[in-house]
Write a protein of this length. Structure first.
Length: 161
């Protein structure tokens, strides 16, 4: 058991690679993260459990800390509710949030969780990034796209919306 406190905030995870030649345990971790296809993204809490799963799937995804502006744009452009409809303020008001900005603030503070809201889809279906990926086989440290990229995830998400 770790005594180190968990880092605050949210992580945005984007799946880059498909299922071909992936080990069974990596496929299972991707399924637990709700990342079933390439160019899908999820937003999860930055805690030890999710960081451990990210180390398992680091050769198939990229991730980093998402900021408020990008999360708001992501929910506005790509947020979906059941029935494949856009996320609306009417839906948010039914779940005790007066606006989208209040919902984003609650998400970032850890008071709300996208996976626990009935009817809200916990993933975002994105386009491939404009101007493409650098390399889907190399990590960020070797001028690729896989692995941890920190705040640069916001720029990637904006290119994919």
């Amino acid at each position: 058991m770790s005594t180190k406190k968990d880092a605050a905030g949210l992580l945005a995870i984007v799946r880059i690679r498909g299922n071909v030649d992936q080990p069974k345990d990596v496929k299972h971790a991707l399924k637990l993260l709700n990342l079933t296809r390439p160019n899908h993204a999820v937003v999860v809490p930055n805690d030890a459990t999710h960081r451990g799963m990210l180390q398992k799937v680091k050769d198939a995804v990229t991730w980093g800390e998402i900021d408020k502006r990008t999360l708001t744009a992501l929910l506005k452009k790509r947020g979906k509710i059941s029935g494949n409809k856009k996320l609306t303020t009417t839906f948010l008001k039914q779940h005790k949030f007066e606006s989208l900005s209040a919902f984003v603030t609650a998400l970032l503070a850890g008071k709300a969780d996208m996976r626990r809201i009935e009817g809200l889809k916990p993933l975002f279906r994105l386009h491939p990034p404009r101007k493409g990926f650098k390399s889907v086989k190399n990590p960020v440290q070797r001028h690729g796209d896989l692995g941890y990229r920190g705040a640069a995830i916001n720029e990637l998400l904006e290119r994919m919306m």
